[in-house]
Design a protein around this ligand. Structure first.
Ligand SMILES: Nc1ncnc2c1ncn2[C@@H]1O[C@H](COP(=O)(O)OP(=O)(O)OP(=O)(O)O)[C@@H](O)[C@H]1O
Ligand SMILES: [Mg+2]
Length: 311
């Protein structure tokens, strides 16, 4: 279990000081695949650098299974792997040599290390180019090698900071499938991203960060459940007394649109059948009926008043 107790991170000093993380407290359970989502500059990387022990927090504590990171034994660092946002690899070394270098930082070497390093490279689709200098890899291959070296010492807690920057959809699918495998094998994974769709697809629980603070931390269903979804029908005009009654029944807000209506309500999928039934009973047969649940875009918008666009 990882516990963050009121973490603050201030970069720089004096008049140039900048608070990147402003009192974040949160708990991540063992074996969770946890999303840390926020726009550029939210403080995600600053928080990850504290969680991985790369820097000490300005104040606050990180407790890992009851022991304080940075105080209580260097062996804790060994349990942590980080695939940093800026890939940190040696271009003149081959893929395997990079693995060996990062393994050696933890005293790992020899034939059995090479075997497990090759297995990791294989799983990330890099076995065939393991003897080529990393400097000759494409951007997507470098991202995969960045993850491979983070796994070299077989950490049980893994931090992935924007692991899909600059990768094509195929490499992204491979990364996602490896991340799901690692999660399935019990690793604790913190996945940092500003891509709403990635966090939504991967992470059952997540925190949303903005301006150095956590503005939400919950399971995906309960975050989405906070926001209404939409039932939209192309059915021509609906008599106003029926519209009023349907809105009341669905606990929603009715808007007439050209060619039909839009009904914003909680749990639209659960309410749509009753709406359709009452329309048909009133002699109205929609040409189409669209049910759209809430998504993280609307959650983010409602929490911050701003759009968070992918990209
Ligand atoms: N080494 C540093 N020195 C000074 N300021 C810094 C440093 N690192 C980060 N910052 C500032 O701290 C704030 C948070 O930055 P951080 O990199 O943690 O955000 P982020 O959420 O990871 O953003 P991104 O999505 O762009 O990676 C930003 O305002 C940034 O300019
Ligand atoms: Mg970052």
């Amino acid at each position: 279990m990882i516990e963050l107790d009121n973490i603050r991170v201030v970069h720089g000093a004096g008049s140039g000081a900048r608070e990147a993380v402003s009192g974040v407290s949160l708990t991540i359970g063992t074996g969770e695949l946890f999303g840390l989502l926020g726009p550029n500059g939210a403080g995600k990387t600053s928080l990850v650098s504290v969680l991985t022990g790369l820097r000490a927090p300005t104040s606050g504590r990180v407790i890992l299974d009851g022991r304080e990171l940075g105080r209580d034994g260097a062996d804790l660092r060994r349990r942590i792997g980080l695939a940093p946002q800026e890939t940190a690899l040696y271009p003149a070394m081959t893929g395997l040599e990079n693995m060996r270098f990062f393994g050696s930082l933890f005293g790992l070497k020899g034939p059995s290390f090479d075997r497990s390093a090759m297995e990791i490279l294989e799983a990330l689709g890099l076995a065939a180019c393991s003897d080529r200098p990393a400097g000759t890899y494409s951007g997507g291959m470098l991202r995969r090698l960045n993850l491979a070296v983070a796994l070299a010492h077989e950490p049980d807690i893994l931090f992935l900071d924007e692991p899909t920057v600059g990768v094509d959809p195929q490499s992204r699918a491979l990364l996602f499938s490896r991340i799901r495998d690692l999660h399935g094998r019990g690793r604790t994974i913190v996945y940092t991203s500003h891509h709403l769709d990635e966090v939504e697809a991967l992470c059952p629980r997540l925190a949303i960060m903005d301006h150095g603070r956590l503005i939400a931390c919950d399971t995906l269903p309960s975050l989405l459940g906070r926001m209404p979804g939409t039932i939209r029908a192309a059915c021509g005009p609906v008599p106003s007394d029926l519209a009023e009654s349907l809105a009341k029944q669905a606990l929603g807000t009715w808007t007439n649109e050209s060619g039909g209506f839009r009904l914003e309500c909680p749990e639209p999928a659960a309410r749509a059948p009753a709406v359709l039934e009452r329309l048909i009973a009133a002699g109205i047969r929609p040409a189409s009926l669209e049910v759209r649940a809430s998504d993280l875009h609307s959650v983010f918008l409602s929490l911050t008043g701003r759009e968070l666009r992918d990209g």
